[in-house]
Write a protein that binds this ligand. Sequence first.
Ligand SMILES: [Zn+2]
Length: 108
Amino acid sequence: MRDLAYPHNGKVRFNRRERDLGELLAAAMRPKIIAEHLEIANSTCHERIDAMCLKAKVSDRAELMLYIYQNPTSLDPGSANEPGLHAVGCHCGKPGCLGRIAERLRTA
Ligand SMILES: [Zn+2]
């Protein structure tokens, strides 16, 4: 299972179907609507989301959305991104970065 999820030196690489799903997920579409758009079963849509979460090392759909915001190139063919969300305290400044969000909360 691990080999299937991480065949690229530990980097995250989504396949074409996953990237198509990711585009719709990043637009905040719900799985039921995504399934209709992609003309796949609702259960297939959820299975694909679960597989993407496993690859990206995130725990759920909301975190997967955040992962895509932090790693927009993950939706490009042939891209390879580090798994996991940015740590709290990260100062990369990318949209959706947890460090940036934590910073905002502190200064609010
Ligand atoms: Zn960051």
